[in-house]
Ligand binder design. Sequence first.
Ligand SMILES: Nc1nc2c(c(=O)[nH]1)N[C@H]1C(S)=C(S)[C@@H](COP(=O)(O)O)O[C@H]1N2
Ligand SMILES: [Mo]
Length: 516
Amino acid sequence: MESNSTPRRPVRTRVLEGAVGVAVGLGAVSGSYAAVGADPTFIAAPVAGWVTALTPDAVITWAILTLGSLGQSLGFALALGVSVVGVGVVAAGSRALARATDADPLVRHALTVLAVGAVTLVLTGGLLSAVGAALGAGVVSLSAHRLRPTAPARTDRRGFLRAVAAAAAVTGAGALLGTRSGTDSATSDVESATTGGDTDPVVDDLLSTASARTLDLPDLDPLVSREFYQVDINSVDPDLSVAAWSLRLTGAVDEPRAFDYDELTSLPAEHRFVTLQCVGDGLNGKKIDTALWTGVPIADLLPDLPDECCVMLRAADDYYEEFPMGALRNGFIAYRMNGRPLPRGHGYPVRALIPGHWGEINVKWLTEIEVLEEPVDGYWEERGWHGTGPVNTVAKLHSVSSTGDDGRVRVGGHAYAGTRGIERVEVSTDGGTSWAEATLSEPLPGAVDAQTGEARREEAEDAWRMWAYEYAAADPHEVVVRAVDGTGQLQEETERRAFPRGPTGWVSRRVDPRRL
Ligand SMILES: Nc1nc2c(c(=O)[nH]1)N[C@H]1C(S)=C(S)[C@@H](COP(=O)(O)O)O[C@H]1N2
Ligand SMILES: [Mo]
């Protein structure tokens, strides 16, 4: 037996013990994942929150612009690593403590398991997650150090190898179990909405109209996106229950109020096609999509909003965005998407849709509408963005193909100008010297009363259109596109990057007809 009077332990032993600690950490993180899946109580979720909070804003902005969703994955990978090492240090520390007190092998394990469980519980507030972490840690710790009373307290190479094997096994099992339990409650797939069989005939009708008005070009999303982009500040999204959810009206109001989910959904509902675009989108990027949303207009939910300058929307992920009251008055509170409950990643159970404005104020997991007397900065504005305003006008170019007829080229894409609408799209096939008008898809239908199916507007007030243009060309040339919005204003030509007010410029692309 060792005692605490033995001051020096061989370096090799200490290295092996540290490595076993990390393996125990891996077991704990995997155990937590096996128990709760991609849930906010998964141990890496709060750690990811700190990683984001401690990362300088300039780095976050750079990551959004240059790495896109890869940046988010890297951030989460870093959080996983920090969690593994952090729990590993706790495990190794508790073991060292047990050794110093000459505890017997069973007590040493128990102390490690308890320490890991307690730390996980404190970090996540999730009992199930803590139990999973403790079990995962226990399995690895037991593999490294056998329970026999005669077992040496020292970690040897064979113990270390057993720990690595156990950690690998627990990680594999965790990945399998956790991924199964952590799947989204709903999906934004239009396919599954339309083939679900239990969908609303009014919704079916609107989605069929959208598909009939879609211009059929290769590589292009239809008018209702097949997959909707997702951008938010979370590595693990909130997982809210309808029963516990409520929407509070607070701040500069005569009387604060709250609505629960039943109250909200018992109000007359409306279906609306709405496009969202992220202010961090690339000029010809794809962080722009359209869906059919069901919900309640703010004007029906809160007809008597006070005459203050602004509002702050707050959400369950501690996200907050401020913008003018006028924009909220035209807003919409959505709880269904393409005929299905709002998917978790898009704000389940309820999100805001603010016509014509950048995605960032379309707050997901919405819990509070705070009326303000003075403007203040929201989450992204505190980080240098100015993303609360109306979107810029843009025509994207995502489809270039040969029509099949010799020497004929067809180009196309989507065009969007928020509530200003698209008047026309112009295409140049000579680098911007001469321009021709593209064909536009018919506008999507306007808002529809969900009960009666009656139209409340003729055309969607905040949705993209598709454009297409066909021409003859034999030699390489440069295609440029630009949109004119519903007020007659031409899309801004000066190229500017997304930060801080959204990208501007005309999309152009070199086309070689011989390579199509
Ligand atoms: N609660 C919450 N709402 C949010 C965000 C967020 O991080 N948290 N991100 C915003 C941003 S920047 C955009 S572009 C849109 C994206 O909506 P989507 O993920 O449904 O496409 O959500 C907005 N709403
Ligand atoms: Mo965004």
